[in-house]
Design a protein around this ligand. Structure first.
Ligand SMILES: NC(=O)c1ccc[n+]([C@@H]2O[C@H](COP(=O)([O-])OP(=O)(O)OC[C@H]3O[C@@H](n4cnc5c(N)ncnc54)[C@H](O)[C@@H]3O)[C@@H](O)[C@H]2O)c1
Ligand SMILES: O=C(O)C(=O)C[C@@H](O)[C@H](O)[C@H](O)COP(=O)(O)O
Ligand SMILES: [Zn+2]
Length: 362
C-alpha cells in the first residue's frame, strides 16, 4: 500500500493506493465523518462491477449507501445530471454531514464532486477512482465541473475531496483505449515537471501497457506526487497550476467541437500535446530533438498525434477563445520548454496556432 499526502492546510487529504481499498471504504468513511448515510454516485458499467463491494463495506461500518447511477459517457457530465443527483440526495434525506462518494472514472468524479461542492453549499466528498485517468489525475486536486455545450468544464468549482481511495485492481476490467487515455495525462507529468519520470516511461512503457502491477503502481504514485506538488503551490490556478493544462487548449477544443464523447479526453490531450510541442519548437523554446522524444513516446504508447481532418481550424480556434486560462480576450498557452519543464506563454498569436494545427493534419 502507498500513500500520497496533499498538503493543503485545513483541506489536506491522503491518496491511498492499494489492492482492496474499495472493500475498506466503509471503515475509512466512517472514521472520517461518522454519519449514517452516504450518496454513492456511479454509472451502470462501474456500478455493476464494483458498487456491491463498496455498499457492503459501508453497511458493515453502519452507513447506508444511497446509490445513484448516471448514464455512462462524457455527454452526461451536465447540469441536468447534477440536478438528478440533487433530487436523489434530497429525496433520500441526505443532510450536509452525509458524504458524496464518486465511484468511477473522471466523468463520475467531476460530476459527483460538483454536486458535493454545491448540495447544501457543500458536503464531504470522497473519490473512489476506477479508471487510470481518474487514478492519476482527475481524483486529485479538486477541480470539479460539468460541461457546457460550448465549452469543457465551464461550470465548476475548486472543491477538494477529503480522501481518495485508489484500487489499481479495478484497471483489469478497463478497455485498453481507456488505459491509453490515462497514459496521455501520465506522459504530461513527465513533460511538464519530471524528466526522470519521462526517462522511466521511455524505458518501461511496454511494462505499463501490459499492466504489470509494480509498473502501474509506480505510475499512479509518481503521477499523484507530481500533481500534488503543483496543486499545493497554486490550488486555484492563479499561476503555475496551469501547466497541468498542457495539451488541453487544443484537447478541449477537439472534445467540444467534435461533440462530447467522440474523442476520449486523453486522446484529445495527446493531440494537443503534439500541437504544443510543435508550437514550442516554432517559437524557439523547445529543441526539435525534444519534440521528437515527446511525439515518439505518445506514438509508442498508441496515442494519436494528428489533428483530425474533419475538425476545421477556424472552429477549433474559435473554441479556444473560451478557454479558462485566457485573459482579456487573449489566448494563454502551455508550452513545454524542455523535458520536465513548461511555461504558460501569454497572448499566443492566433496565426501561429493555425499554422501548427495545419502542419499536424492527418
Ligand atoms: N478534475 C480533473 O482534474 C480532471 C483531470 C483529468 C480529466 N478530467 C475529466 O475526466 C473525464 C474523463 O475521465 P475518464 O477518462 O475516466 O473517462 P470516463 O469517466 O468516461 O470513464 C471511461 C469509461 O470507462 C468505464 N469504466 C470506468 N471504470 C471502469 C472499470 N474499472 N472497468 C471497466 N470500465 C470502467 C466508464 O464507464 C466509461 O465508459 C473528462 O470529463 C475529463 O474532463 C478531470
Ligand atoms: O488539475 C488541473 O489543474 C488540470 O488542468 C488537470 C487536467 O488534466 C484536467 O483535464 C482538468 O479538468 C482541466 O481543467 P480545466 O480548468 O482546463 O477545465
Ligand atoms: Zn486532462
Amino acid at each position: 500500500m502507498k500513500e500520497v499526502e496533499i498538503n493543503l492546510g485545513s483541506r489536506a487529504y491522503k491518496i491511498i493506493i492499494g489492492g482492496g481499498e474499495l472493500e475498506r471504504a466503509g471503515g475509512q468513511v466512517a472514521g472520517l465523518f461518522g454519519g449514517s448515510k452516504a450518496l454513492l454516485v456511479t454509472n451502470p458499467i462501474v456500478g455493476a462491477l464494483f458498487a456491491e463491494r463498496v455498499t457492503a463495506s459501508l453497511k458493515q461500518a453502519g452507513i447506508e449507501a444511497v446509490v445513484a447511477e448516471i448514464p455512462d459517457g462524457e455527454e452526461y457530465k451536465t447540469l441536468q445530471s447534477a440536478e438528478m443527483l440533487y433530487d436523489r440526495a434530497f429525496s433520500a434525506g441526505l443532510d450536509r454531514h452525509c458524504p458524496v462518494l464518486a465511484l468511477g472514472g473522471g466523468v463520475v468524479g467531476d460530476l459527483a464532486g460538483f454536486v458535493a461542492a454545491t448540495y447544501m453549499r457543500g458536503v464531504p466528498f470522497v473519490q473512489l477512482p476506477t479508471t487510470l485517468l481518474a487514478q492519476v489525475d482527475s481524483s486529485v486536486g479538486g477541480k470539479v465541473a460539468v460541461n457546457h455545450p460550448r465549452g469543457k468544464n465551464i461550470i465548476g468549482a475548486f472543491y477538494q475531496p477529503a480522501l481518495v481511495l485508489t484500487d489499481p485492481v479495478t484497471l483489469h476490467t478497463l478497455d485498453n483505449g481507456e488505459i491509453l487515455s490515462g497514459l496521455a495525462e501520465v506522459i504530461k507529468y513527465g513533460i511538464i515537471s519530471d524528466s526522470a519520470f519521462f526517462d522511466w516511461l521511455e524505458a518501461n512503457i511496454e511494462r505499463v501497457l501490459a499492466l504489470e502491477s509494480d509498473a502501474i503502481i509506480h505510475v499512479i504514485e509518481r503521477s499523484c506526487l507530481n500533481k500534488a506538488r503543483v496543486v499545493e503551490d497554486d490550488e486555484t490556478e492563479q499561476g503555475n497550476r496551469a501547466i497541468l493544462n498542457l495539451g488541453h487548449t487544443v484537447g478541449h477544443a477537439i472534445e467540444a467541437i467534435a461533440g462530447y464523447g467522440r474523442y476520449r479526453h486523453g486522446e484529445a490531450v495527446s493531440i494537443g500535446t503534439a500541437v504544443a510541442a510543435r508550437l514550442a519548437v516554432e517559437l524557439g523554446v523547445l529543441q526539435a530533438s525534444e519534440e521528437i522524444r515527446i511525439k515518439n513516446l505518445l506514438l509508442r504508447t498508441g496515442l494519436p498525434v494528428d489533428v483530425p481532418k474533419d475538425l476545421a481550424t477556424v472552429d477549433m480556434v474559435r473554441s479556444m477563445y473560451g478557454d479558462k486560462k485566457n485573459f482579456g480576450g487573449q489566448i494563454n498557452y502551455v508550452l513545454p520548454t524542455g523535458i520536465g519543464k513548461a511555461v504558460v506563454y501569454k497572448n499566443m498569436p492566433e496565426e501561429r496556432i493555425k499554422l501548427a494545427l495545419d502542419s499536424l493534419r492527418l
